[in-house]
Write a protein that binds this ligand. Structure first.
Ligand code: ATP
Length: 233
């Protein structure tokens, strides 16, 4: 569904992604793993064309994304949840969800407000509260729910377990597993190997913007030297 080939991305003169390539299949949950500064966010931004790769190819269902404006990338069915939660703090939860609404998309789960509240029961309880009254974890859930209102085919979640209470981390893991069951393809970026293992089918490890490992979690566990070299556990 998503393929990256030899992607090179820069911030000014700083070369961040070096010949990065990996692919994600339909219905798969892939975890992009690596330490702080490894290039996970830059990879997601490169897919969304928020960072323009200087070379390489990124294809989604066969369509090249390189050079498209980011809103067109989103319209093709890619939903991006950045690490910094972007909710509208003066709007209620319900209003925040309405902002994300997009028409139904062929080949993607069709989300309704009611189904999203089943997925995020905490949000239902607080549906008339304004965004600013929510905890960090609830804001994270709301950002995901609002992105789902756009009926994406592929969801990119940047560090979903970062900075939220342990009990919410558990809920987040269940939610991602549910999204997979609904047929959504998901890429998460994570530093937390334990969380990634709970939700993902596959791990892609990057360090210094280069791919260092691509395989299943049992394969990764069989190579502890890779884990020790590239992940903080
Ligand atoms: P984190 O967990 O901190 O988000 P990450 O793996 O997502 O880490 P990136 O945010 O992609 O890493 O950062 C990769 C490298 O790019 C880092 O060295 C970072 O300092 C640098 N970088 C990130 N954003 C910018 C920017 N806007 N301008 C210049 N350098 C940047």
């Amino acid at each position: 569904m998503l393929e990256l080939h030899d992607v090179n991305s820069y911030y000014g003169k700083a070369h961040i992604l070096s010949d990065l390539g990996f692919s994600v299949g339909r219905g798969e949950v892939a975890a992009l793993l690596g330490r702080n500064g490894a290039g996970k966010t830059t990879t997601m931004k490169s897919v969304m064309q928020l960072v323009r790769p200087r070379s390489g190819e990124i294809r989604f269902d066969g369509t090249s994304l390189v050079g498209l404006p980011s809103h067109k990338v989103a319209r093709l069915g890619l939903g991006y949840v950045p690490e910094e939660r972007r909710i509208f703090s003066d709007l209620t939860i319900l209003e925040n969800l309405e902002v994300g609404r997009q028409p139904r998309r062929q080949g993607a789960p069709n989300w309704k407000v009611e189904t999203l509240f089943e997925l995020f029961p905490n949000l239902w309880e607080r549906r008339h509260n304004r965004g600013k009254a929510l905890s960090g974890g609830e804001q994270q859930m709301l950002t995901i729910a609002r992105t789902l209102m756009g009926n994406p085919k592929l969801l990119l979640l940047d560090e979903p377990s970062e900075g939220i209470a342990p009990v919410i981390v558990e809920q987040m893991a269940h939610t991602i597993v549910r999204l997979k069951q609904e047929g959504l393809t998901v890429i998460i970026s994570e530093q937390n190997l334990h969380f990634a293992r709970m939700v993902a089918d596959r791990a892609v490890i990057i360090e210094g913007g280069e791919k260092k490992f691509d395989g299943s979690f049992p394969e990764l566990e069989a190579q502890p030297e890779i884990r020790d070299a590239y992940l903080s556990v």
